[in-house]
Ligand binder design. Structure first.
Ligand code: EPU
Length: 338
């Protein structure tokens, strides 16, 4: 097995941060993954996939495995639905487009999310009121200590808001190799309740949207607000939307009557982190090559040659300001490595 040394990871992370991996191996099939995990005499492994939810802050003195497992197969099909097994290294947005071409419903709201299919369940990707958990039947993952493939039902994945078993207890223990998704072939159950999506469809004069209409509207909204990582390095939303208790909400709404919120179960409120950051006047600001996107305050961007450390310093500055003005602690959504 040939292992490369001192490899730049700039092409492998959507922030476009220049750091180097001490050792690097591209993984193209399960046998290679197994052999790589059995290698002796190398430092700790780090699994890299789409690199779209990652902030690399230092060179990695590790064995980086670049997961490039490809393939799609049909696990089950009848008149009304299809279950597809998608290998982890398939690009997510390409998969969404592929399903739409075949009129399979379920992924239309999740168009244009960067990254690969295998990492999508780790943080339970979501947009416009839909999450991958809504269509996921099961995940297949290699158990690192035994190199066996284990299967996790939807329930066993323990999904939450941008959260799953693989982000918590399973972290470092499992590598997702494939995902089974259940999609509809007719009578698609779509979700167009999310206000900005509703507005976009209304503007297009579409009253009974099909799955392609929804995907096109989502693509239009996202392209307006979120920068294309190929043009401007970024990792999507940098922070999670914080959830606050009723008492805290009551205190804030008196001081900030415009505070937007989504009421959740059990007297909790989800507050858009983008609004909090925007109120602190960070939107469009630039500190060297690290910045806050001009159209969406939740997205930190690399204007060219920012280091991971500079992006992290900016994130900390934002956290400190939001904490001092609102008394709310913002938690990063991206994985900070190094
Ligand atoms: N807002 C501002 N300033 C801004 C942007 C937004 O004040 O610069 C306020 C507005 O009041 C707006 C609210 O924030 O109504 C929410 O903004 P938006 O609808 O853009 O959604 P978000 O909460 O910022 C979340 C997800 C996105 C997902 C969108 C659409 C998280 C952390 N982010 O963003 O996911 O695409 O909803 O569903 O949950 C990602 O995870 O990387 C991501 C992009």
């Amino acid at each position: 097995m040939i292992i490369q040394e001192n490899v730049s990871l700039k092409p492998y992370n959507t922030f476009g941060i220049e750091v180097r991996a001490r050792y690097f191996k591209e993984i193209n099939n399960l046998a290679e993954l197994k052999s790589a995990l059995e290698l002796k005499g190398y430092p700790e492994i780090f699994v890299l996939s789409g690199g779209s939810n990652l902030l690399l802050t230092a060179d990695l003195d590790r064995l980086v495995l670049y997961l490039n497992l490809k393939g799609k197969e049909i696990v089950h099909e009848d008149d009304s639905e299809i279950v597809l097994r998608i290998m982890a290294g398939e690009n997510w947005h390409d998969l969404v487009l592929w399903t739409l071409e075949r009129n399979y419903g379920g992924l239309e709201s999740l168009a244009l999310i960067p990254g690969n299919t295998g990492t999508a369940p780790i943080q339970n990707i979501g947009a416009y009121g839909v999450e991958i958990k809504d269509v996921l039947v099961r995940c297949h993952a290699m158990h690192v200590p035994s190199r066996e493939i284990h299967t996790f039902s939807n329930e066993a994945c323990n999904f939450g808001y941008r959260d799953s078993f693989f982000k918590r207890e399973g972290k470092g223990l499992y590598i997702i190799t494939a995902v089974d998704l259940r999609l509809s072939k007719k009578e698609h159950k779509t979700n167009v309740n999310y206000a900005p999506l509703k507005a976009e469809l209304a503007e297009r004069g579409i009253s009974e949207p099909g799955i392609k209409d929804i995907a096109n509207a989502v693509i239009a909204i996202r392209s307006r607000k979120l920068p294309d990582p190929k043009e401007l390095g970024n990792s999507g939303s940098f922070f999670k939307n914080p959830v606050i208790e009723d008492s805290k909400y009551k205190e804030l709404i008196i001081k900030f009557p415009d505070l937007p919120s989504y009421e959740m179960a059990e007297g909790q409120y989800k507050i858009p982190a983008a609004w909090l950051i925007d109120q602190c006047d960070f939107k469009g600001k630039r500190f060297g090559d690290a910045g806050v996107h001009k159209n969406q305050a939740l997205v930190l961007v690399n204007h060219g040659n920012a280091s991971g450390k500079e992006i992290l310093d900016l994130a900390r500055k934002i956290q400190a300001e939001v904490a001092s003005i609102f008394g709310i602690e913002l938690m990063p959504e991206v994985n900070i490595i190094g």
